[in-house]
Write a protein that binds this ligand. Structure first.
Ligand code: MD6
Ligand code: FE
Length: 214
């Protein structure tokens, strides 16, 4: 994209939250950085198209998914797991965009880079039920996510269940589940259609970076 330096460091000012270990950086990516990242995601999905996974019980997810990086999170009748290839094409996943590796460094300080980047596409009506991210080998490593496109209502609560809190995740926001919140239950209740003009045709993308293997 002309005039946009995708290697420019994201501007990280942490927004305090009331949840121990849940970290939030509102507007971490500028509009130019969001457009540049979107262009990189679009290049990646040309090689690794979005597909609709099913739960182990056989129910289709309302989001479509793909992955970047050495490992990708997949779900089907055989269960949840990380694997090195796209289930549809059989090809390795595309590389994680460098700006996301920089963001991981800058935001988390975790020494090992992420080896998996799940890409979720929310089209009209898509949501994500409350879940825990727990398929990773070392649950001390953080999980960091970037939101692009339409805003979403994100819900988060304790690992053991109980009271949840809702907050809005908007385009360019970055959040992380770390330490005491690494196993927090979280999900997306709804996406606010028309709230962003980043993606032609609307919708929301969420990119979640994780360390799947030690
Ligand atoms: C989403 N996010 O924002 C779903 N997981 O579409 C997640 O599931 C998530 O935001 C781990 C860490 C941060 C997240
Ligand atoms: Fe998650």
């Amino acid at each position: 994209m002309p005039g946009v330096d995708v290697s420019e460091r994201p501007c990280l000012r942490e927004t305090p939250t009331a949840i121990d270990g849940f970290r939030l950086w509102k507007s971490a990516l500028s509009p130019d950085q969001q457009r540049a990242l979107l262009a990189e995601v679009e290049a990646g999905i040309a090689a690794a198209p979005f597909y609709r996974p099913t739960t182990p019980g056989g129910r289709p997810f309302s989001v479509r998914m793909t992955n970047f990086g050495p490992l990708g999170w997949v779900s089907d009748r055989a269960g949840y797991r990380y694997q090195p290839h796209h289930p549809g094409t059989g090809e390795p996943w595309p590389a994680i965009p460098p700006v996301l590796l920089q963001l991981w460094d800058a935001a988390t300080g975790w020494l090992e880079p992420p080896d998996a980047c799940l890409v979720n596409l929310y089209e009209a009506g898509a949501r994500m039920g409350l879940h825990q991210d727990r398929d990773e080998a070392d649950l001390r490593a953080p999980a960091l996510s970037v939101s692009l496109g339409d805003a979403a209502v994100f819900r988060i609560g304790p690992a053991e269940g109980g009271r949840t809190t809702s907050l809005r995740l908007e385009s360019g926001d970055v959040c992380a589940l770390t330490s005491a919140a690494r196993l927090a239950r979280h999900g997306i209740d709804r996406v606010l259609a028309g709230s962003s003009s980043l993606m032609a045709g609307g919708g929301r993308l969420n990119l979640t970076l994780r360390r799947a293997r030690c």
